[in-house]
Design a protein. Structure first.
Length: 258
């Protein structure tokens, strides 16, 4: 399948999307966002995939939105563009498999927003994160004001979005925006190792964890705990749980089916 500005491949049970407009530092325009949305939708239909990794080609993860395209928009066009990006990133976030952002370089503006729509972020030591929209007289438009605040807290998010300062991978790690920092030449190996570790776990258990963790951001503790009990109990009706517990007692690796 051909896509504009990105490449898709599947390695065993792990899918990889590489943003591929290196001459434009992988900047996001309408065509790229549309094809990204389509790629994610198509991957969601492949039930063999356990994990998705997203990275960038060249020296950037994604350096932001295409400023030339933005400069030609009127308010109605800007609204449509914002909603298109939000819907694409929401589709990504709603995948029932874990998604890893392997941030190889600049993750600015829309690039930082895409990384935040992933479940976890592994960054190269050379990665830079930032929300520079206010330097253009603009603001984040792909739900960045919402996700960044939830990930790093109100004051840290306000500081990043109002000063437009970029932060290093180490600072992002300190804030909880990033989970692992790796040397540039080890980034993809490290990301693949994490993906393979996740893929080796119980398929339905991992999906249930993601579903409940996502719901925790907008449900009460009481209601979320009830949902957790229901999901926990539901796993006991699957052969996967029987095999997992039996393998533990027999001191061997589980042999998952499917």
């Amino acid at each position: 399948m051909e896509y504009h500005g990105l490449k898709v491949e599947i390695r065993d049970k792990i899918a990889l999307i590489t943003m591929s407009r290196p001459q434009a530092l992988n900047a996001l325009n309408s065509d790229v966002i549309s094809d990204f949305n389509r790629a994610v939708k198509e991957l969601s239909q492949n039930k063999d995939i356990r994990v998705l990794i997203i990275t960038g080609e060249g020296k950037a993860f994604i350096a932001g939105a295409d400023i030339k395209e933005l400069s030609e928009m009127n308010p109605a066009g800007a609204y449509t563009f914002s909603r298109k990006g939000q819907q694409a990133f929401e589709r990504l976030e709603q995948l029932d498999i874990p998604v890893i952002a392997a941030v190889n370089g600049f993750a600015l503006g829309g690039g930082c927003e895409l990384a935040m729509a992933c479940d976890m972020r592994i960054a190269s030591t050379t990665a830079k994160f930032g929300m520079p929209e206010v330097t253009l007289g603009l603001m984040p438009g792909f739900a960045g004001t919402q996700r960044l605040t939830k990930l790093v807290g109100y004051s840290n998010a306000m500081y990043m979005m109002t000063t437009a300062e970029t932060i290093t991978a180490e600072e992002a790690l300190r804030l909880g925006l990033v989970q692992i920092v790796a040397e540039p030449h080890q980034l993809m190996d490290t990301s693949m190792e994490v993906a393979q570790k996740i893929a080796s776990r119980g398929k339905y258990a991992v999906k249930a964890v993601k579903e409940l963790a996502r719901k925790s951001t907008h449900t009460s503790m009481e209601f979320g705990s009830e949902l957790e009990s229901e999901a926990f109990a539901g796993l006991f009706g699957r052969p996967e749980a029987d095999e997992g517990m039996l393998a533990f007692m027999e001191k061997r690796k589980p042999q998952w089916k499917g």
